[in-house]
Design a binder for this molecule. Structure first.
Ligand code: FPP
Ligand code: MG
Length: 311
């Protein structure tokens, strides 16, 4: 390996530089001026970085792969806002749906161009993106009550596929092709955990999550806590009633326990596959757990208040 990124910050800077260069070379700076795909925690590049560090090292060959991953993720969020009819969530105010679609298209074509250059892992990128889109499509058709297995499959496709490719390409670039598919499954499951967290936080107050609560519920999406309610509950019908019921009958607490158990299972598998170097993932997953528990505790009253406000 010619150059090893010793920490994620230096890797992140390299991704950022590569993106600026890409914008210049392809004349995209002006048309993408309202979109910065490199904000936030960059969880997918972070997962790729740690998977690479645990299995050989994170060198310069990883930068294009990580940028491709972040760009396709950002593209999917712009398109998701159109699907969710949430025009000002990730786009700027006064943005038309068509502009979000086009912005997403520019990001996604850049992502494909970069991924195509990733040796041995580029072609699998397209399948990962298709799985993500298929998950989103299934979610759209599976409104209302669904069984847990269907839910697991849909969110693993929707949110796991990109994490899967993060792990897959990290191993392939480290010449660990024999273990790449197993690593991909571990990545898939990390994305599944992340989506469980996101779905759980939909039922928690803005003051804890920074996101308006019950967005999924109002759209009739069947998310984690609803699987732990014994009767049938139409969240899209009366959201305030659903909130009251889920807190009162212990569904929220049971859903949290389920999430924590899934996190612990994942960590055991990660330790087996990645050895002692799985430690940064332990930190990441423990942080997921902290977010879920922190958002839940003692905030029912706040949530009810916000539910009324946003009704
Ligand atoms: C956010 O999740 C959305 C996704 C994880 C996937 C979105 C995928 C598409 C729109 C498919 C096609 C995209 C491309 C680029 C080919 P969420 O809806 O749970 O999060 P939210 O609460 O922020 O809306
Ligand atoms: Mg959405």
């Amino acid at each position: 390996m010619t150059h090893e990124y010793a920490d994620f910050e230096s890797f992140r800077r390299a991704i950022d530089e590569r993106w600026r260069e890409h914008l210049q070379v392809h004349g995209l700076a002006a048309v993408l001026s309202k979109t910065d795909p490199l904000t936030g925690k960059l969880l997918r590049p972070l997962a790729m970085y740690h998977a690479a560090r645990a299995t050989g090292g994170a060198g310069a060959s990883l930068v294009d792969a990580a940028l491709a991953l972040q760009l396709i993720h950002s593209a999917s969020l712009l398109h998701d806002d159109v699907l969710d009819n949430a025009m000002t969530r990730r786009g700027a105010a006064n943005t038309r749906p068509a502009d979000l679609v086009l912005g997403g298209d520019l990001l996604l074509t850049s992502a494909y161009a970069l991924a195509a250059e990733v040796p041995m892992a580029g072609s699998r990128f397209a399948w990962a993106v298709q799985r993500m889109a298929r998950g989103e499509a299934h979610q759209g058709t599976a409104r209302g009550a669904i069984d847990y297995e269907t839910y697991r499959r849909v969110i693993t496709d929707k949110s796991g596929a990109l994490f899967g490719w993060a792990f897959y390409s990290a191993l392939v670039l480290n010449d660990k092709t024999g273990a790449a598919l197993e690593a991909e499954q571990l990545g898939d499951r990390l994305g599944y955990l992340y989506q469980l967290l996101d779905d759980y936080l939909d039922w928690c107050p803005f003051t804890e999550t920074g996101k308006p609560p019950l967005q999924d519920a109002r759209q009739g999406k069947h998310t984690l806590p609803l699987f732990f309610h014994s009767g049938s509950l139409d969240a899209a019908g009366d959201v305030s009633e659903a909130v009251r019921t889920l807190f009162a009958d212990g569904s929220m607490e049971r859903a949290l326990a389920h999430f924590e158990a899934e996190c612990e299972d994942w960590l055991k598998e990660a330790a087996i596959l990645l050895g002692r170097k799985y430690a940064p993932f332990a930190e990441m997953v423990h942080d997921f757990q902290r977010q879920a528990r922190g958002a839940w505790q003692h905030n029912y009253r706040q949530l009810v208040e916000e539910t009324r406000l946003h009704a």
